[in-house]
Design a binder for this molecule. Structure first.
Ligand code: ADP
Ligand code: MG
Length: 293
């Protein structure tokens, strides 16, 4: 039978905006010593906006944004919302394929259009011109970068524009990280985004351990590596790209505004889009388990 204290703790959690999926979640939450946090949508607002667009020689930036938006209408990633908002009303690509942690592909005006991380476009054969390479370099200093490309008449994929996307660190993140530290938990930032923006967010929040440029399957490996060090690991995330890592951690915590995939892979769901809910969840688990012992 489930101890009364767990039932009471679960009920209390719901009042505090922390939804616990089962009796084991509070027990696991008490044992964790390491909190791995996703960046985009977890520590940052995930309400992104396009800050700049650099088109390759001979390309039109407005055209590139419109084509990128047509494929991003098939994605639920926060960068997709930013690009669609920048483009305004427009067409939706057909034969859409969203590839978690990489980007989206779709057919627009008879062309296969790619929008995603620079390394992925390059891997698909869409080499960056030196000017676009420089644009990626400059934009990574400030934010998230999406490269848009499509094939030329000869059928070869070519990168056409670099889109710089801005996000803001949540006002509550610094307090959440400071309190987790006070509780003896080590925070680790784990993101698919570029190393420079990741380092800047980590520095702002006082997080020392950072893993950036990590693909969704790599997030699972990072959790496994931390567990192999003897740590008991909670993962906090919001995206489709976090789902496997959330499921593989000792404890998965989904952010309030997160995707269904993140929610279903988690043991605890925060009802609010506020990382201080992580502190509430750990504190609740500690109180609850103290009563049982
Ligand atoms: P995070 O771990 O920060 O949530 P993701 O793993 O979701 O990041 O994405 C990593 C990178 O992959 C993004 O910064 C972006 O460059 C690219 N990317 C992911 N999804 C998309 C998309 N729908 N459109 C364009 N780029 C994308
Ligand atoms: Mg995220």
């Amino acid at each position: 039978a489930t101890p009364i204290a767990i039932l009471v703790g679960t009920g209390r959690g719901a009042q505090l905006g922390v939804l616990v999926t089962g009796p084991e979640a509070l027990e696991s939450a008490e044992r964790i010593d390491t909190i791995v946090l996703d960046k985009t949508g977890t520590l940052t607002s995930g309400r992104m906006s396009v800050a700049n667009v650099v088109a390759a020689e001979g390309e039109d930036a407005t055209d590139a944004i419109a084509r990128a938006a047509a494929v991003e209408r098939g994605s639920e990633h926060p960068v997709a919302a930013a690009i669609v908002a920048a483009a305004g009303a427009g067409q939706t690509a057909t034969d859409l394929e969203a590839i978690a942690g990489r980007g989206v592909i779709g057919t627009v005006d008879g062309l296969r259009v790619f929008a995603g991380r620079a390394a992925w476009i390059v891997e698909r054969g869409g080499a960056l011109t030196p000017e676009l390479e420089a644009a990626v370099d400059a934009a990574e200093e400030r934010g998230t970068v999406v490269v848009v490309g499509w094939a030329d008449a000869g059928g070869a994929l070519r990168a056409r524009a670099v889109i710089e996307i801005a996000d803001t660190v949540r006002a509550e993140s610094a307090e959440a990280i400071a309190r987790l530290r006070e509780m003896g938990l080590e925070p680790v930032l784990l993101t698919g985004d570029n190393a420079r923006i990741a380092a800047s967010v980590a520095a702002e929040l006082g997080i020392e351990r950072v893993r950036a440029g990590v693909l969704p399957e790599g997030k699972v490996d990072e959790i496994a590596a931390l567990r192999a060090e003897g740590r008991t690991v909670a993962m906090v995330g919001d995206g489709v790209n976090d789902a496997a890592a959330l499921a593989s951690a000792d404890l998965g915590i989904a952010m309030g505004g997160g995707t269904d995939a993140a929610l279903h892979a988690s043991d605890i769901a925060l009802m609010r889009d506020d990382p201080r809910g992580i502190v509430t969840a750990v504190a609740l688990s500690r109180r609850t388990m103290r009563i049982i012992r």
